[in-house]
Design a protein around this ligand. Sequence first.
Ligand code: FES
Length: 142
Amino acid sequence: MKLQEKINRNKFLKQLGFTGAALFALYTTESCKNEAAGVTPLPSSGLTLDLTDSSYANLKKTGGYIIKSGIVVANYNGNYIAATLTCSHEGRQQITFQSNQWYCTAHGARFDVTGKGLNSEGKKGLTIYQVSLSGNTLTITA
Ligand code: FES
């Protein structure tokens, strides 16, 4: 929220009778909401995928990817990689994997496989996760 919007909103809320602690509570709640709209946190145990599950068949081909629980998992030249679904540009959950890059379909942010931004929309980088494979089980951790 921009400063001018916040000032106008503050004025509006005061006109409705919100003051002091009530205003603070409203702004604190809004901050938490904004954090929740950011990168989806991984469960502490990580995310586990059974690659024999047919819903992950797209991961078997190079360049294929799947989206699960706010995480994008891709097959990068036979290796599995993972990133958040949430773009660092404006927080849209539209990260995909195209042409060996993470790509946001909202405004075109591009990131290399390490999460480094490749254009101005991607300049903040992308959260990347660790991936390990054991048999047919893929585990993604922070
Ligand atoms: S939100 Fe991804 S490029 Fe803008």
